[in-house]
Design a protein around this ligand. Structure first.
Ligand code: HEC
Length: 116
């Protein structure tokens, strides 16, 4: 019985670990698919569209800039767009494409980019 419980805990732990990695990978894929064109392939703000915008896309690799934003602020900016956080309309809303869970995973991904 005890061995069975230990085995079940190992399986559960392995499952949770795999889910965490899968979520992180999905967030990176979503970022590449939807955010690269403005925020750049490294997230530093120099995407292919950036030079056509009157407001520069946020540099997601800048710890100094990203530290000024709370997770709620980042979440709202991604879900509802720049306007919802009194920023540029060039930052589009993603709520019709990304689920709340996917946006939360992207917020974590952004913390990885700025290492903050
Ligand atoms: C069409 C260009 C464009 C795309 C695509 C885009 N952004 Fe942005 N984003 C911007 C611009 C421009 C700003 C700067 C807004 C400002 O400072 O007024 C911005 C700002 C942000 C901010 C900072 C908001 C704040 O409060 O300062 C975050 C976070 C962000 N974008 C995340 C994302 C994510 C995640 C994606 C992909 C799902 C994405 N953006 C796609 C243009 C874009």
């Amino acid at each position: 019985m005890r061995k069975l419980i230990v085995l079940m805990m190992i399986v559960l732990f392995a499952g949770l670990t795999i889910c965490t990695f899968a979520a992180a990978e999905k967030a990176e894929d979503n970022y590449k698919l939807y955010c690269f064109q403005c925020h750049g392939t490294k997230g530093s703000g120099g995407g292919i569209n950036a030079s056509y915008l009157t407001t520069a896309p946020r540099d997601h690799t800048s710890a100094a800039d990203m530290k000024k934003l709370t997770d709620d602020n980042i979440f709202t900016a991604i879900k509802e767009g720049g306007v919802a956080v009194s920023k540029s309309t060039f930052m589009p809303p993603w709520k019709s494409i990304l689920s709340d869970a996917e946006i939360k995973d992207i917020v974590k991904h952004l913390h990885g980019l700025c290492k903050c």
